[in-house]
Design a protein around this ligand. Structure first.
Ligand code: NDP
Ligand code: A1CAB
Length: 269
């Protein structure tokens, strides 16, 4: 019998995962989805050929439940699921901040729970997904999570104690790069370039730099030094970045994201 997987709360992340699983060969007939709004459920059925069900039906029918609602909605979802979820279901949470103990306390004793922090490049099969086991999750459960999230990019296993830091780095990470591109494109406008050309120059430079970071085997410092000629243009720019505390700002920003992830654990909205 085929294993059924349900995505509960299929918004941006849930849909990115669902579409990646289908691209990777999962049969839509084995995929169930839940949504809060009926029109959203129909949209998913039309777009992917998957079956919309209620949260309770998903819990009764699917072997693996992937919960992708906002952290603030997780308590309500678990109240709905708990009476219908047998202890042999694998529950995978994709939510920021919420520890596996939150699920274990609300579901049947012994339910295996896996916590995953992915990111939006899942949409282009370039996600970074960080995976941790709860107290009852086995190696087979982790391997199943690896298989599902491996459909949309890289996976890495970490102890759960590192999840909030990983959320700050890779969960939120794409937003920092989009922000940098936005700011650098504005700089291009200031320097007199048309917006579309500035955008193309910066995006291609980002793609080139990212590919070198991944494939060259060189340390980022070395890659930057290779661009930085004596008395040249790059060092003039780097001096301004240092003068404006950009490195310190990034460290403080990621620390704030880590702290916010910890706060979400205590149900702060
Ligand atoms: N966005 C990101 O970059 C990342 C997000 N995450 C995590 O993923 C999770 C989802 O985020 P994201 O996809 O951005 O959020 P979305 O709001 O896009 O998706 C959540 C979806 O869950 C639906 N929903 C809420 N409650 C229920 C319920 N009881 N039953 C069924 N559906 C429900 C919402 O419905 P409605 O549309 O009606 O609100 C919404 O469509 C969060 O926990 C977040 O921390 C993790 C990594 C990256
Ligand atoms: O901003 C957020 O809370 C979510 C989690 C990681 C990325 N987006």
């Amino acid at each position: 019998m085929s294993q059924k997987v349900a995505v509960l709360g299929t918004g941006k992340i849930g849909e990115a995962l669902l579409s990646g699983m289908i691209r990777a060969g999962w049969a839509p007939a084995d995929l169930l989805v839940t949504a809060r709004r009926p029109e959203r459920a129909e949209e998913l059925r039309t777009r992917y050929g998957v079956t919309p069900v209620t949260n309770a039906e998903a819990a009764k029918t699917a072997d693996t439940l992937i919960l992708t609602v906002k952290p603030q909605d997780m308590g309500t979802l678990l109240d709905e699921l708990a009476p219908h979820t047998p202890a042999d279901r694998l529950v995978i949470s994709g939510a920021a901040g919420i520890p596996t103990s939150f699920f274990e306390e609300r579901l049947a004793a012994g339910t295996p729970v896996v916590r995953v922090m992915t990111n939006t490049p899942a949409l282009v099969d370039e996600a970074m997904s960080v995976i941790s086991a709860g107290s009852h999750a086995s190696e087979a459960d982790l391997a199943h999570a690896d298989e599902i999230f491996g459909a949309v990019g890289k996976t890495l296993r970490v102890p759960e104690s590192q999840q909030d830091a990983c959320t700050a780095l890779s969960g939120s990470g794409p937003a920092y790069f989009f922000y940098l591109v936005e700011a650098m494109t504005d700089a291009g406008i200031l320097l007199g370039l048309p917006r579309d050309k500035a955008h193309d120059l910066i995006v291609q430079s980002a793609i080139g730099a990212a590919t070198m970071l991944r494939d060259s085997g060189e340390h980022p410092v070395k890659l930057r030094e290779n661009v930085t000629s004596p008395a040249g243009t790059t060092i003039s720019a780097i001096r301004e970045l240092e003068n404006h505390g950009v490195r310190a700002a990034l460290i403080a920003a990621l620390e704030a994201a880590r702290d916010r992830s910890r706060e979400l654990a205590s149900g702060n909205s």
